[in-house]
Design a protein. Sequence first.
Length: 570
Amino acid sequence: MAETPYDRPSDPAKRRSAAITDGPDRAPARAMLKGTGFTDEDLAQPIVGVATTWIETMPCNLNQRALAEHVKRGVREAGGTPMEFNTISVSDGVSMGTEGMRASLVSREVIADSIELVVRGHLFDGLVCLVGCDKTIPAAVMALARLDIPGLVLYNGSIAAGRYEGRDVTIQDVFEAVGAHLAGTMSAAEVHAIESVACPGAGACGGQFTANTMSMALDLLGISPAGLNGIPALRPEKDEAAAEAGRLAMRLVRDDVRPSALVTRESIDNAIAGVAASGGSTNGVLHLLAIAHEFGIPLEIDEFDSIAERTPVVASLKPGGEYVATDLYEAGGVALVTAELAKRGLVHGDARNVDGRTIAEIARDARPAEGQKVVVSIDEPLSPTGGLAILRGNLSPLGCVVKLAGHERRLHRGPARVFESEEECFAAVKSRSIRAGDVIVIRYEGPAGGPGMREMLHVTAAIVGEGMGEEIALITDGRFSGATHGLMVGHVAPEAARGGPIAALRDGDIVAIDVDDRTLSVDLSEEEIAARLADWSPPEPRYQGGVMAKYAALVRPASEGAVTTPHQGG
Protein backbone atom coordinates (compact mmCIF):
# COMPACT_ATOMS: atom_id res chain seq x y z
CA MET A 1 0.00 0.00 0.00
CA ALA A 2 1.34 3.46 -0.92
CA GLU A 3 2.68 5.59 1.86
CA THR A 4 0.63 8.68 2.73
CA PRO A 5 1.49 11.78 4.76
CA TYR A 6 -0.54 10.18 7.56
CA ASP A 7 2.19 7.58 8.00
CA ARG A 8 4.91 10.11 8.81
CA PRO A 9 5.66 10.99 12.44
CA SER A 10 4.70 14.53 13.45
CA ASP A 11 7.40 17.15 13.62
CA PRO A 12 7.98 17.62 17.36
CA ALA A 13 7.83 21.39 16.86
CA LYS A 14 4.18 21.06 15.75
CA ARG A 15 3.17 21.23 19.40
CA ARG A 16 -0.21 22.76 18.55
CA SER A 17 -0.85 22.51 14.83
CA ALA A 18 -0.58 18.70 14.71
CA ALA A 19 -4.07 18.62 16.20
CA ILE A 20 -5.30 20.44 13.08
CA THR A 21 -3.22 18.76 10.36
CA ASP A 22 -2.02 15.28 11.30
CA GLY A 23 -3.70 11.91 10.78
CA PRO A 24 -6.55 10.53 8.63
CA ASP A 25 -9.23 12.04 10.86
CA ARG A 26 -7.91 15.51 9.96
CA ALA A 27 -8.46 14.97 6.23
CA PRO A 28 -11.30 17.56 6.05
CA ALA A 29 -9.07 20.24 7.57
CA ARG A 30 -6.24 19.30 5.22
CA ALA A 31 -8.63 19.47 2.26
CA MET A 32 -9.65 23.00 3.24
CA LEU A 33 -6.04 24.09 3.66
CA LYS A 34 -5.09 22.53 0.32
CA GLY A 35 -7.86 24.61 -1.21
CA THR A 36 -5.84 27.71 -0.25
CA GLY A 37 -2.67 26.35 -1.88
CA PHE A 38 -0.88 24.51 0.92
CA THR A 39 0.75 21.16 0.13
CA ASP A 40 1.39 18.01 2.13
CA GLU A 41 4.94 19.25 2.65
CA ASP A 42 3.69 22.60 3.95
CA LEU A 43 1.29 20.95 6.38
CA ALA A 44 4.01 18.67 7.73
CA GLN A 45 5.94 21.69 9.00
CA PRO A 46 5.33 23.91 12.05
CA ILE A 47 2.77 26.61 11.24
CA VAL A 48 3.54 30.23 12.09
CA GLY A 49 0.82 32.84 11.97
CA VAL A 50 1.76 36.18 10.43
CA ALA A 51 -0.62 38.83 11.73
CA THR A 52 -0.85 42.19 10.00
CA THR A 53 -2.80 45.33 10.86
CA TRP A 54 -2.70 46.64 7.29
CA ILE A 55 -5.27 49.27 6.44
CA GLU A 56 -5.57 51.96 3.79
CA THR A 57 -6.73 54.75 6.11
CA MET A 58 -3.24 55.95 7.09
CA PRO A 59 0.44 55.71 6.13
CA CYS A 60 1.31 54.15 9.49
CA ASN A 61 0.63 50.50 8.56
CA LEU A 62 0.71 50.83 4.78
CA ASN A 63 3.87 48.79 4.14
CA GLN A 64 2.74 45.72 6.07
CA ARG A 65 1.45 43.74 3.10
CA ALA A 66 4.90 43.91 1.53
CA LEU A 67 6.70 43.21 4.82
CA ALA A 68 4.47 40.20 5.47
CA GLU A 69 5.82 38.57 2.30
CA HIS A 70 9.35 38.91 3.65
CA VAL A 71 8.35 37.56 7.07
CA LYS A 72 6.82 34.57 5.32
CA ARG A 73 10.00 34.13 3.27
CA GLY A 74 12.00 33.98 6.48
CA VAL A 75 9.64 31.43 8.03
CA ARG A 76 9.91 29.22 4.95
CA GLU A 77 13.70 29.53 4.84
CA ALA A 78 13.80 28.26 8.42
CA GLY A 79 11.60 25.24 7.69
CA GLY A 80 8.18 26.52 8.71
CA THR A 81 4.88 27.22 6.99
CA PRO A 82 3.56 30.77 7.36
CA MET A 83 -0.16 31.59 7.32
CA GLU A 84 -1.01 35.27 7.02
CA PHE A 85 -4.07 36.90 8.53
CA ASN A 86 -5.07 40.47 9.26
CA THR A 87 -6.99 42.52 11.76
CA ILE A 88 -8.07 46.13 12.16
CA SER A 89 -6.48 49.43 13.03
CA VAL A 90 -7.83 52.92 13.72
CA SER A 91 -5.79 55.98 12.78
CA ASP A 92 -5.41 58.38 15.67
CA GLY A 93 -4.17 61.12 13.37
CA VAL A 94 -7.09 60.84 10.97
CA SER A 95 -9.79 60.47 13.63
CA MET A 96 -8.33 63.06 16.05
CA GLY A 97 -10.85 65.68 17.17
CA THR A 98 -13.87 63.71 15.95
CA GLU A 99 -16.22 61.10 17.33
CA GLY A 100 -14.11 58.56 15.45
CA MET A 101 -11.31 59.04 17.98
CA ARG A 102 -13.42 57.22 20.55
CA ALA A 103 -12.74 54.04 18.57
CA SER A 104 -8.97 54.25 18.92
CA LEU A 105 -8.35 52.83 22.38
CA VAL A 106 -11.28 50.43 21.96
CA SER A 107 -9.44 49.07 18.92
CA ARG A 108 -6.55 47.95 21.15
CA GLU A 109 -8.84 45.42 22.82
CA VAL A 110 -10.43 44.34 19.54
CA ILE A 111 -7.02 43.81 17.93
CA ALA A 112 -5.77 41.77 20.88
CA ASP A 113 -8.99 39.76 20.97
CA SER A 114 -8.97 39.06 17.22
CA ILE A 115 -5.32 37.96 17.11
CA GLU A 116 -5.97 35.72 20.10
CA LEU A 117 -9.05 34.20 18.46
CA VAL A 118 -7.38 33.46 15.12
CA VAL A 119 -4.40 31.80 16.80
CA ARG A 120 -6.55 29.81 19.21
CA GLY A 121 -8.91 28.82 16.39
CA HIS A 122 -6.16 27.60 14.07
CA LEU A 123 -3.68 26.25 16.64
CA PHE A 124 -0.62 27.97 15.19
CA ASP A 125 2.73 26.90 16.61
CA GLY A 126 4.19 30.40 16.52
CA LEU A 127 3.28 33.97 15.72
CA VAL A 128 4.80 37.11 14.18
CA CYS A 129 2.78 40.31 14.57
CA LEU A 130 3.42 43.26 12.26
CA VAL A 131 2.40 46.51 13.93
CA GLY A 132 2.49 50.23 13.19
CA CYS A 133 -0.09 52.70 14.47
CA ASP A 134 -0.32 53.30 18.18
CA LYS A 135 -2.81 50.73 19.50
CA THR A 136 -1.62 47.88 17.29
CA ILE A 137 1.69 47.70 19.18
CA PRO A 138 0.45 47.01 22.74
CA ALA A 139 -2.44 44.96 21.35
CA ALA A 140 -0.05 42.50 19.70
CA VAL A 141 1.92 42.05 22.92
CA MET A 142 -1.29 41.61 24.89
CA ALA A 143 -2.36 38.84 22.50
CA LEU A 144 1.01 37.11 22.81
CA ALA A 145 0.71 37.31 26.58
CA ARG A 146 -2.67 35.58 26.54
CA LEU A 147 -1.55 32.90 24.08
CA ASP A 148 1.98 32.38 25.44
CA ILE A 149 3.16 30.65 22.30
CA PRO A 150 6.57 31.34 20.71
CA GLY A 151 6.40 34.63 18.89
CA LEU A 152 7.50 38.22 18.51
CA VAL A 153 6.35 41.66 17.41
CA LEU A 154 7.93 43.65 14.57
CA TYR A 155 7.21 47.35 14.14
CA ASN A 156 6.89 48.25 10.46
CA GLY A 157 8.94 51.40 10.98
CA SER A 158 8.68 55.14 11.21
CA ILE A 159 7.75 57.52 8.43
CA ALA A 160 10.38 59.86 7.05
CA ALA A 161 10.14 63.50 8.08
CA GLY A 162 8.53 65.90 5.63
CA ARG A 163 10.32 69.04 4.49
CA TYR A 164 8.83 72.51 4.57
CA GLU A 165 10.82 75.68 3.92
CA GLY A 166 14.09 73.91 4.64
CA ARG A 167 13.09 72.26 7.91
CA ASP A 168 11.79 68.86 8.96
CA VAL A 169 8.08 68.68 9.74
CA THR A 170 5.82 65.97 11.17
CA ILE A 171 2.11 65.55 11.74
CA GLN A 172 2.58 67.52 14.98
CA ASP A 173 3.42 70.59 12.89
CA VAL A 174 0.18 70.20 10.96
CA PHE A 175 -1.92 70.07 14.13
CA GLU A 176 -0.13 73.15 15.48
CA ALA A 177 -0.57 74.91 12.14
CA VAL A 178 -4.33 74.66 12.71
CA GLY A 179 -3.90 76.63 15.94
CA ALA A 180 -1.68 79.18 14.24
CA HIS A 181 -4.34 79.65 11.56
CA LEU A 182 -6.99 80.16 14.25
CA ALA A 183 -4.74 82.80 15.82
CA GLY A 184 -4.32 84.55 12.48
CA THR A 185 -0.57 83.96 12.30
CA MET A 186 -0.67 81.46 9.43
CA SER A 187 -2.61 81.61 6.20
CA ALA A 188 -4.81 78.80 4.91
CA ALA A 189 -2.38 78.42 2.00
CA GLU A 190 0.51 77.86 4.42
CA VAL A 191 -1.51 75.27 6.37
CA HIS A 192 -2.28 73.49 3.11
CA ALA A 193 1.39 73.56 2.10
CA ILE A 194 2.50 71.95 5.38
CA GLU A 195 -0.35 69.42 5.20
CA SER A 196 0.80 68.38 1.74
CA VAL A 197 4.38 67.50 2.72
CA ALA A 198 4.23 66.39 6.36
CA CYS A 199 3.58 62.69 5.62
CA PRO A 200 5.76 61.75 2.62
CA GLY A 201 5.05 57.99 2.55
CA ALA A 202 4.46 54.82 4.51
CA GLY A 203 5.41 54.54 8.16
CA ALA A 204 4.16 55.55 11.59
CA CYS A 205 4.33 59.13 12.90
CA GLY A 206 7.93 60.30 13.09
CA GLY A 207 8.45 61.87 16.50
CA GLN A 208 8.70 60.11 19.85
CA PHE A 209 4.94 59.99 19.81
CA THR A 210 3.06 56.89 20.91
CA ALA A 211 4.08 54.56 18.07
CA ASN A 212 7.81 55.19 18.37
CA THR A 213 7.59 55.29 22.17
CA MET A 214 6.05 51.83 22.18
CA SER A 215 8.44 50.58 19.52
CA MET A 216 11.35 51.55 21.76
CA ALA A 217 9.57 50.05 24.78
CA LEU A 218 9.22 46.72 22.96
CA ASP A 219 12.97 46.64 22.24
CA LEU A 220 13.65 47.03 25.95
CA LEU A 221 10.77 44.73 26.90
CA GLY A 222 12.52 42.03 24.89
CA ILE A 223 9.56 41.00 22.72
CA SER A 224 10.89 42.71 19.55
CA PRO A 225 14.28 41.79 18.05
CA ALA A 226 16.64 44.52 19.23
CA GLY A 227 17.42 47.06 16.53
CA LEU A 228 14.95 45.84 13.90
CA ASN A 229 11.99 47.99 14.97
CA GLY A 230 14.01 51.16 14.52
CA ILE A 231 14.74 50.62 10.82
CA PRO A 232 12.54 53.21 9.04
CA ALA A 233 9.57 51.94 7.06
CA LEU A 234 10.86 52.53 3.55
CA ARG A 235 14.52 51.64 3.98
CA PRO A 236 15.54 48.63 1.86
CA GLU A 237 16.99 46.95 4.95
CA LYS A 238 13.47 46.73 6.48
CA ASP A 239 12.67 43.87 4.10
CA GLU A 240 15.57 41.79 5.37
CA ALA A 241 14.62 42.69 8.96
CA ALA A 242 11.19 41.21 8.27
CA ALA A 243 12.74 38.03 6.86
CA GLU A 244 14.99 37.79 9.92
CA ALA A 245 11.90 38.11 12.13
CA GLY A 246 10.41 35.12 10.31
CA ARG A 247 13.57 33.06 10.74
CA LEU A 248 13.79 34.03 14.40
CA ALA A 249 10.17 33.05 14.98
CA MET A 250 10.99 29.55 13.75
CA ARG A 251 13.96 29.35 16.13
CA LEU A 252 11.62 30.26 18.96
CA VAL A 253 9.17 27.57 17.85
CA ARG A 254 11.89 24.90 17.64
CA ASP A 255 13.26 25.84 21.07
CA ASP A 256 9.80 26.47 22.58
CA VAL A 257 10.81 29.94 23.85
CA ARG A 258 7.62 31.62 25.02
CA PRO A 259 6.81 35.27 25.76
CA SER A 260 6.40 34.54 29.47
CA ALA A 261 10.10 33.64 29.59
CA LEU A 262 11.03 37.06 28.21
CA VAL A 263 8.53 39.53 29.62
CA THR A 264 9.21 39.80 33.33
CA ARG A 265 8.91 42.52 35.94
CA GLU A 266 12.55 43.41 35.22
CA SER A 267 11.94 43.78 31.49
CA ILE A 268 8.86 45.91 32.14
CA ASP A 269 11.02 48.18 34.31
CA ASN A 270 13.45 48.40 31.38
CA ALA A 271 10.63 49.42 29.05
CA ILE A 272 9.44 52.11 31.47
CA ALA A 273 13.01 53.43 31.70
CA GLY A 274 13.10 53.67 27.91
CA VAL A 275 9.89 55.70 27.86
CA ALA A 276 11.24 58.03 30.55
CA ALA A 277 14.69 58.43 28.98
CA SER A 278 13.29 59.38 25.59
CA GLY A 279 10.63 61.85 26.72
CA GLY A 280 8.09 59.39 25.38
CA SER A 281 4.32 59.43 25.20
CA THR A 282 2.17 59.24 28.33
CA ASN A 283 0.29 56.50 26.49
CA GLY A 284 3.26 54.32 27.40
CA VAL A 285 1.88 54.29 30.94
CA LEU A 286 -1.52 53.07 29.82
CA HIS A 287 -0.15 50.40 27.50
CA LEU A 288 2.56 49.01 29.77
CA LEU A 289 0.02 48.70 32.58
CA ALA A 290 -2.18 46.73 30.19
CA ILE A 291 0.69 44.51 29.04
CA ALA A 292 1.68 43.79 32.64
CA HIS A 293 -1.93 42.91 33.43
CA GLU A 294 -2.10 40.40 30.58
CA PHE A 295 1.13 38.73 31.71
CA GLY A 296 -0.12 38.61 35.29
CA ILE A 297 2.76 40.81 36.48
CA PRO A 298 1.87 43.17 39.35
CA LEU A 299 2.50 46.81 38.36
CA GLU A 300 1.20 49.97 40.01
CA ILE A 301 0.92 53.35 38.30
CA ASP A 302 3.16 54.99 40.95
CA GLU A 303 6.05 52.79 39.86
CA PHE A 304 6.27 54.78 36.63
CA ASP A 305 6.97 57.83 38.76
CA SER A 306 9.73 56.19 40.79
CA ILE A 307 11.45 54.88 37.65
CA ALA A 308 11.12 58.21 35.82
CA GLU A 309 12.44 60.10 38.84
CA ARG A 310 15.75 58.21 38.70
CA THR A 311 16.02 58.12 34.90
CA PRO A 312 17.51 61.11 33.04
CA VAL A 313 16.32 62.10 29.58
CA VAL A 314 19.13 61.24 27.15
CA ALA A 315 17.35 61.30 23.77
CA SER A 316 16.45 64.59 22.09
CA LEU A 317 13.31 63.50 20.27
CA LYS A 318 10.23 65.44 19.22
CA PRO A 319 7.96 66.76 20.62
CA GLY A 320 10.19 67.62 23.58
CA GLY A 321 13.46 67.53 21.64
CA GLU A 322 14.83 68.25 18.19
CA TYR A 323 14.97 64.98 16.26
CA VAL A 324 12.73 62.27 14.83
CA ALA A 325 12.92 58.48 14.77
CA THR A 326 14.78 58.31 11.47
CA ASP A 327 17.48 60.53 13.01
CA LEU A 328 17.75 58.14 15.96
CA TYR A 329 18.23 55.25 13.55
CA GLU A 330 21.00 57.10 11.70
CA ALA A 331 22.62 57.97 15.04
CA GLY A 332 22.87 54.33 16.10
CA GLY A 333 19.37 53.37 17.22
CA VAL A 334 17.70 52.46 20.47
CA ALA A 335 20.86 50.63 21.56
CA LEU A 336 22.43 54.06 22.23
CA VAL A 337 19.71 54.85 24.76
CA THR A 338 20.12 51.40 26.30
CA ALA A 339 23.87 51.90 26.57
CA GLU A 340 23.53 55.23 28.39
CA LEU A 341 21.04 53.77 30.85
CA ALA A 342 23.29 50.75 31.41
CA LYS A 343 26.15 53.04 32.46
CA ARG A 344 24.18 53.96 35.60
CA GLY A 345 22.60 50.56 36.17
CA LEU A 346 19.18 51.97 35.21
CA VAL A 347 18.25 48.86 33.24
CA HIS A 348 18.34 45.22 34.27
CA GLY A 349 21.24 43.99 32.16
CA ASP A 350 20.44 40.29 32.49
CA ALA A 351 16.96 40.65 30.99
CA ARG A 352 16.84 38.79 27.68
CA ASN A 353 15.74 39.89 24.24
CA VAL A 354 13.86 37.62 21.89
CA ASP A 355 16.97 37.54 19.66
CA GLY A 356 18.86 35.67 22.42
CA ARG A 357 21.05 38.51 23.67
CA THR A 358 20.84 40.19 27.07
CA ILE A 359 20.21 43.90 27.53
CA ALA A 360 23.81 44.22 28.72
CA GLU A 361 25.08 42.62 25.50
CA ILE A 362 22.87 44.88 23.38
CA ALA A 363 24.22 47.91 25.23
CA ARG A 364 27.81 46.75 24.64
CA ASP A 365 27.06 46.31 20.94
CA ALA A 366 25.83 49.93 20.55
CA ARG A 367 27.67 51.81 17.80
CA PRO A 368 27.08 55.58 17.76
CA ALA A 369 27.49 57.33 14.41
CA GLU A 370 30.33 59.82 14.35
CA GLY A 371 29.15 63.24 15.49
CA GLN A 372 25.61 62.13 16.34
CA LYS A 373 23.66 64.52 18.58
CA VAL A 374 20.39 62.64 19.07
CA VAL A 375 21.46 60.72 22.20
CA VAL A 376 23.57 62.55 24.76
CA SER A 377 25.79 61.26 27.53
CA ILE A 378 23.98 60.35 30.71
CA ASP A 379 26.63 62.40 32.50
CA GLU A 380 25.24 65.50 30.77
CA PRO A 381 21.56 64.65 30.27
CA LEU A 382 18.91 66.82 28.67
CA SER A 383 16.97 66.55 31.93
CA PRO A 384 18.03 64.95 35.23
CA THR A 385 14.71 63.11 35.53
CA GLY A 386 12.45 61.30 33.10
CA GLY A 387 9.79 62.77 30.89
CA LEU A 388 6.70 61.97 32.97
CA ALA A 389 5.36 62.02 36.51
CA ILE A 390 2.40 60.52 38.37
CA LEU A 391 0.28 62.89 40.44
CA ARG A 392 -2.35 62.19 43.05
CA GLY A 393 -4.52 64.43 45.20
CA ASN A 394 -8.13 65.27 45.89
CA LEU A 395 -8.83 65.55 42.14
CA SER A 396 -7.21 62.23 41.22
CA PRO A 397 -7.10 59.77 44.13
CA LEU A 398 -6.20 56.88 41.80
CA GLY A 399 -3.49 58.83 40.00
CA CYS A 400 -2.96 60.72 36.75
CA VAL A 401 -0.09 61.33 34.34
CA VAL A 402 1.73 64.53 33.41
CA LYS A 403 4.28 64.76 30.62
CA LEU A 404 7.34 66.80 31.56
CA ALA A 405 9.44 66.69 28.38
CA GLY A 406 9.17 69.77 26.19
CA HIS A 407 8.40 72.38 28.84
CA GLU A 408 9.89 73.68 32.06
CA ARG A 409 6.79 74.42 34.11
CA ARG A 410 6.24 72.33 37.20
CA LEU A 411 3.63 74.45 38.98
CA HIS A 412 0.42 76.05 37.79
CA ARG A 413 -2.45 77.41 39.84
CA GLY A 414 -5.52 78.96 38.29
CA PRO A 415 -9.28 79.00 37.84
CA ALA A 416 -10.99 76.02 36.26
CA ARG A 417 -12.65 76.36 32.86
CA VAL A 418 -14.83 73.28 32.71
CA PHE A 419 -15.91 71.59 29.48
CA GLU A 420 -18.05 68.48 29.19
CA SER A 421 -16.42 67.27 25.97
CA GLU A 422 -13.46 67.88 23.69
CA GLU A 423 -15.70 69.56 21.10
CA GLU A 424 -16.95 72.06 23.68
CA CYS A 425 -13.37 72.95 24.58
CA PHE A 426 -12.21 73.23 20.97
CA ALA A 427 -15.05 75.67 20.26
CA ALA A 428 -13.76 77.87 23.10
CA VAL A 429 -10.21 77.64 21.77
CA LYS A 430 -11.44 78.48 18.28
CA SER A 431 -13.32 81.52 19.54
CA ARG A 432 -10.19 82.54 21.47
CA SER A 433 -12.10 82.75 24.75
CA ILE A 434 -9.47 80.85 26.77
CA ARG A 435 -7.62 83.24 29.10
CA ALA A 436 -4.04 83.16 30.31
CA GLY A 437 -3.82 81.41 33.67
CA ASP A 438 -6.84 79.15 33.10
CA VAL A 439 -6.83 75.47 33.98
CA ILE A 440 -8.82 73.88 31.19
CA VAL A 441 -10.82 70.87 32.38
CA ILE A 442 -12.16 68.38 29.82
CA ARG A 443 -14.20 65.64 31.43
CA TYR A 444 -16.49 62.74 30.47
CA GLU A 445 -13.79 61.64 28.03
CA GLY A 446 -12.42 58.76 30.15
CA PRO A 447 -12.32 55.05 29.27
CA ALA A 448 -15.98 54.48 30.18
CA GLY A 449 -17.33 58.00 29.85
CA GLY A 450 -16.01 58.67 26.37
CA PRO A 451 -16.12 55.83 25.91
CA GLY A 452 -12.63 55.20 24.58
CA MET A 453 -10.58 57.90 26.29
CA ARG A 454 -10.01 60.17 23.30
CA GLU A 455 -6.67 61.87 22.77
CA MET A 456 -6.83 65.66 22.99
CA LEU A 457 -4.21 66.63 20.40
CA HIS A 458 -6.80 68.55 18.38
CA VAL A 459 -7.22 70.86 21.38
CA THR A 460 -3.70 70.87 22.81
CA ALA A 461 -2.01 71.50 19.46
CA ALA A 462 -4.43 74.33 18.71
CA ILE A 463 -3.62 75.91 22.09
CA VAL A 464 0.11 75.66 21.40
CA GLY A 465 -0.38 76.93 17.87
CA GLU A 466 -2.23 79.97 19.21
CA GLY A 467 0.75 80.75 21.42
CA MET A 468 -1.02 79.93 24.69
CA GLY A 469 0.91 76.77 25.50
CA GLU A 470 2.98 78.34 28.29
CA GLU A 471 0.12 80.30 29.81
CA ILE A 472 -2.52 77.70 30.56
CA ALA A 473 -2.69 74.16 31.89
CA LEU A 474 -5.11 71.39 30.96
CA ILE A 475 -6.45 68.39 32.87
CA THR A 476 -8.65 65.61 31.54
CA ASP A 477 -9.88 62.11 32.25
CA GLY A 478 -9.10 61.49 28.58
CA ARG A 479 -5.58 61.13 27.30
CA PHE A 480 -3.04 62.85 25.08
CA SER A 481 -1.27 62.11 21.87
CA GLY A 482 2.46 61.52 22.11
CA ALA A 483 2.74 64.73 20.07
CA THR A 484 1.23 66.77 22.91
CA HIS A 485 3.50 69.09 24.86
CA GLY A 486 2.94 71.74 27.50
CA LEU A 487 1.63 71.33 31.04
CA MET A 488 -1.08 68.78 30.29
CA VAL A 489 -2.40 66.25 32.82
CA GLY A 490 -4.28 63.21 31.55
CA HIS A 491 -5.68 59.85 32.68
CA VAL A 492 -7.33 61.51 35.72
CA ALA A 493 -8.83 58.66 37.74
CA PRO A 494 -11.45 57.95 38.84
CA GLU A 495 -12.99 59.45 35.73
CA ALA A 496 -15.99 61.79 35.77
CA ALA A 497 -18.45 59.24 34.37
CA ARG A 498 -17.75 56.98 37.34
CA GLY A 499 -18.11 59.70 39.95
CA GLY A 500 -14.51 60.82 40.24
CA PRO A 501 -13.85 64.19 41.92
CA ILE A 502 -13.25 65.79 38.52
CA ALA A 503 -17.04 65.53 38.08
CA ALA A 504 -17.48 67.96 41.01
CA LEU A 505 -15.45 70.81 39.49
CA ARG A 506 -17.14 74.09 38.58
CA ASP A 507 -15.94 77.10 36.64
CA GLY A 508 -13.75 79.29 38.83
CA ASP A 509 -12.66 76.60 41.29
CA ILE A 510 -8.94 77.05 41.94
CA VAL A 511 -6.97 74.07 40.67
CA ALA A 512 -3.29 73.49 41.44
CA ILE A 513 -0.88 71.26 39.52
CA ASP A 514 2.30 70.80 41.54
CA VAL A 515 4.75 68.42 39.88
CA ASP A 516 7.38 68.66 42.60
CA ASP A 517 4.78 67.83 45.25
CA ARG A 518 3.22 65.22 42.91
CA THR A 519 -0.27 66.61 43.49
CA LEU A 520 -3.32 67.57 41.46
CA SER A 521 -5.76 69.32 43.77
CA VAL A 522 -8.63 71.77 43.98
CA ASP A 523 -9.12 74.32 46.75
CA LEU A 524 -12.21 72.62 48.11
CA SER A 525 -12.74 70.71 51.34
CA GLU A 526 -13.43 67.00 51.22
CA GLU A 527 -16.89 67.81 52.59
CA GLU A 528 -17.64 70.20 49.72
CA ILE A 529 -16.47 67.71 47.11
CA ALA A 530 -18.60 65.00 48.73
CA ALA A 531 -21.65 67.29 48.87
CA ARG A 532 -21.33 68.17 45.20
CA LEU A 533 -20.95 64.53 44.22
CA ALA A 534 -24.00 63.62 46.29
CA ASP A 535 -26.03 65.89 44.01
CA TRP A 536 -24.37 64.49 40.90
CA SER A 537 -25.76 61.84 38.62
CA PRO A 538 -23.95 60.20 35.72
CA PRO A 539 -24.86 61.35 32.23
CA GLU A 540 -26.68 59.10 29.83
CA PRO A 541 -24.24 56.80 28.00
CA ARG A 542 -23.30 58.10 24.58
CA TYR A 543 -23.86 54.63 23.08
CA GLN A 544 -26.71 52.33 24.04
CA GLY A 545 -25.46 49.26 22.17
CA GLY A 546 -22.70 47.82 20.04
CA VAL A 547 -18.98 47.60 20.66
CA MET A 548 -18.73 51.00 22.36
CA ALA A 549 -21.37 50.15 24.95
CA LYS A 550 -19.78 46.75 25.54
CA TYR A 551 -16.39 48.41 26.08
CA ALA A 552 -17.81 51.03 28.47
CA ALA A 553 -19.40 48.30 30.58
CA LEU A 554 -16.21 46.25 30.86
CA VAL A 555 -13.33 48.74 30.94
CA ARG A 556 -11.20 49.23 34.05
CA PRO A 557 -9.83 52.63 35.13
CA ALA A 558 -6.92 54.26 33.32
CA SER A 559 -4.80 53.67 36.44
CA GLU A 560 -5.16 49.95 35.69
CA GLY A 561 -4.39 50.28 31.97
CA ALA A 562 -8.01 50.59 30.77
CA VAL A 563 -8.10 46.83 30.22
CA THR A 564 -11.25 44.82 29.60
CA THR A 565 -10.05 41.36 30.59
CA PRO A 566 -11.55 40.42 33.96
CA HIS A 567 -8.45 38.94 35.55
CA GLN A 568 -4.70 38.88 35.15
CA GLY A 569 -3.06 36.31 32.96
CA GLY A 570 -4.68 34.01 30.57
